[in-house]
Design a protein around this ligand. Sequence first.
Ligand code: ATP
Length: 367
Amino acid sequence: MKVVLQNLTKIFPSRDKKAGKEVVAVNDFTFEIPDGKLIGLLGPSGCGKSTTLYMISGLQKPTGGKIFFGDDDVTELSTENRGIGLVFQNYALYPHMTVKQNILFPLQNLKGADKLDKDTMLERAYEVARLVQIDELMDRKPSELSGGQQQRVAIARALVKMPRVLLLDEPLSNLDARLRLQTREEIRRIQKETGITTVFVTHDQEEAMSISDMIVVMKLGVVQQIGEPQEVYDNPINLFVAKFLGTPPINVLGGRVEGGRLFIGEDMVMEVTGVADQPVVVGIRPEGFELDDNGPLCCTLKNVEVMGRDVSIVSSHAASLNPQIRSIINADHRVDTSAETVRFSLKPHKVFLFDAGTEARIPYEVK
Ligand code: ATP
């Protein structure tokens, strides 16, 4: 089922009518979520991710715009009638019920034509329990489960009504690092097996990049960029998106373009054909550096961290807008840790230029 968001807007009125300003939590969001895809809504705290999800779920009413599930306009439809499955950060299971009773609960509340007989309900409950691999735990209470198992029960409960759309709001936040990784792979598997169109809200870019078919990066209620994770990483539309994606984060330096050449401080680091002379902000991905004794970018060496497969070189440069520059180099390269400086050449497709005022990306050609 495709989900269409059409000029979706949510404005929260100010609580203090005299002093406060209204909050535009989501501003004119238009997007067609393709059928059967998993979409990651991504952005820093307060950017409007949860509000977008709540509007899709019907828990919040849009101030403007429309929401369609397939061809159905669901904008005015109540949450119960939208055919959605919702999973929140806190699993919100009923503590006095067993896993089985928790999963059966949404089915027992079906009314009228949707009402199911007991055997069908049980069959459905076991089917989703097997899908999320908790069918062995059906007689336990939530307190007798690990966090990851509880979250799977919550997912099973959301799936048991066979929703048209699955909505997940930071579903992994309460899990420890290892369980997070495992559960996110589980969510991806379950989503692929069921083919349910899914919207996944997270502030963790790595999480969103790893499981989403497409990501939507938001800032202050405004969508910045939508695309496949790798595409957005490789072609960020502005400095905000470039900085938001990637660990370690992109290195940001002040620079200038003169006569088709990019300067960082006094170092002429690259030819950038087609860019007018101007001051620029330069973003260099950590993997965009190459150790090169004759390289044009000269940095002060601070530290070398060996991380097994890779070596992380921490250095500094007067033009850097961050206290340090972090570059990731293949561990096959030997770094002279006693040296005071380190020289790099740059991989052009890992270097982005941004307008020093608007922070929009400036395209350039590599000769
Ligand atoms: P987080 O990751 O912290 O949950 P988010 O990206 O999900 O953040 P939202 O919860 O959607 O952000 O909030 C977006 C903006 O709307 C924020 O500025 C928030 O303070 C504001 N907001 C959210 N709910 C309300 C409300 N009920 N009344 C007033 N303002 C609200």
